[in-house]
Design a protein around this ligand. Structure first.
Ligand code: G4F
Length: 350
């Protein structure tokens, strides 16, 4: 008995030592915006690769960890407090962690709200990225930096069918302009200081972890509520807008790949297919066997924007060639996954 106990104890000691050696040797990643959709999927990916993941939040006592809890990750992440608006907090954070990789995902990301929050949006998305780049340059210049850039930067792209890394940028919202600043600062710091800093120009990417104010989740949640008799319609704005929608779980793999290259470069990440909000509605209602979906959809001007981007469709050729990355979830599968998840969630809540 005793021997067994001793041996279990030494096993425990052995595994504790092994764990701390592993932790000391593990690559350290800092993720800003860890509580968002991409932060959660990226954490999952990095943990599966044995990274030690430091997730930055502004205030741990009020942060909403539902996505990390949904993926059962919360206890595996080292939660760090800092604020994209506070230079000192970012300097201290980067100096203390000395991360190998920094993923800047923190942003006010809802385009529609950015006209009303233009100053805060610029402070967090644009100046925040600059503050973080400065912190990295000062305290961890060998780190690799990923900037979450966006297809919103293209605007209407003068009728070009596909947008790629060379397409001219013409942003149409305060959000897109704030991201454009961060995008160019990332390029500038790479060229000026030789930092490993790059941007992923990600087209729309969705999942069950998407916030409810984005059109895809609003639709799948609404469709599930209609199916369960909780609501009788969905109210939307411009349903003729077209987007290139992929699965967020695929897109975080591209972020990681970008930081594993020999030289830092910017990449478009997209599916290469575009669909209208109408198409999304039709596909989502099809999942609950409703074909006359128009009778369940209402229009309200409150959900339109002063300026909208009409069509986005990205060419992912460069990512395919250099990162060997391609999307694995089709448009129809994505819609199905999201509707099924919302149905399950609402059924178990009732
Ligand atoms: O889902 P959305 O709000 O996404 P949007 O504006 O394309 O931006 C998303 O993708 C970007 C990447 O390209 C990210 F950078 C950004 O942070 C965000 O993740 O709206 C999609 C389209 C728009 O044209 C919008 O006008 O749907 C239209 N729409 C129609 N009715 C609506 C609604 N959008 C929302 N959110 N709510 C509606 O009721």
């Amino acid at each position: 008995m005793k021997l067994g106990h001793k041996s279990r104890q030494s096993d425990c000691l052995g595994s504790a030592v092994y764990s701390s050696i592993r932790l000391a040797m593990a690559k350290k990643a800092l993720i800003t915006g860890v509580c968002g959709q991409d932060g959660a999927y990226l954490s999952k990916l990095l943990l599966s690769k044995d990274y030690s993941v430091h997730g930055m939040v502004r205030d741990a006592s009020s942060a909403d960890f539902w996505r990390l809890n949904e993926l059962d990750l919360k206890d595996q992440i080292i939660i760090e407090e800092a604020d994209m608006r506070d230079e000192d907090s970012l300097n201290t954070l980067v100096e203390n962690i000395k991360p190998d990789e920094i993923y800047n995902l923190a942003a006010l990301s809802f385009v529609g709200a950015s006209w009303d929050t233009s100053v805060e949006t610029s402070d967090i998305n644009a100046m925040g990225a600059l503050r973080l780049l400065n912190a990295m340059k000062e305290h961890s210049p060998k780190a690799k930096y990923y900037q979450a850039s966006t297809s919103e930067m293209y605007g209407n792209s003068n009728g070009e069918t596909f947008q790629d890394e060379t397409t001219p940028l013409h942003p149409r919202s305060p959000y897109a302009i704030s991201k454009l600043f961060a995008h160019w600062m990332t390029i500038n710091y790479r060229e000026s200081y030789g930092l490993y800093a790059c941007s992923g120009i990600l087209f729309n990417h969705e999942s069950p972890l998407r916030g409810i104010n984005f059109v895809t989740r609003k639709i799948t949640d609404g469709v599930a509520r209609i199916k369960l008799g909780l609501e009788d319609s969905i109210t939307l704005g411009n349903i003729d807008a077209q987007r290139d929608w992929g699965f967020a779980g695929d897109y975080v793999k591209a972020m990681w790949e970008m930081l594993q290259q020999d030289t830092p470069e910017d990449f478009v990440i997209s599916t290469g297919e575009t669909h209208s909000v109408r198409d999304f509605l039709q596909a989502a209602f099809k999942e609950i066997a409703i074909t006359d979906w128009e009778s369940y959809v209402q229009f309200d001007d409150r959900f339109t924007r002063p300026l909208d981007v009409e069509t986005l469709c990205g060419s992912n050729n460069k990512a395919q060639q250099k990162l060997h990355w391609e999307p694995t979830v089709s448009f129809e599968e994505l819609v199905r996954i999201m509707v099924e998840w919302d149905l399950k969630r609402l059924t178990s809540a009732s």
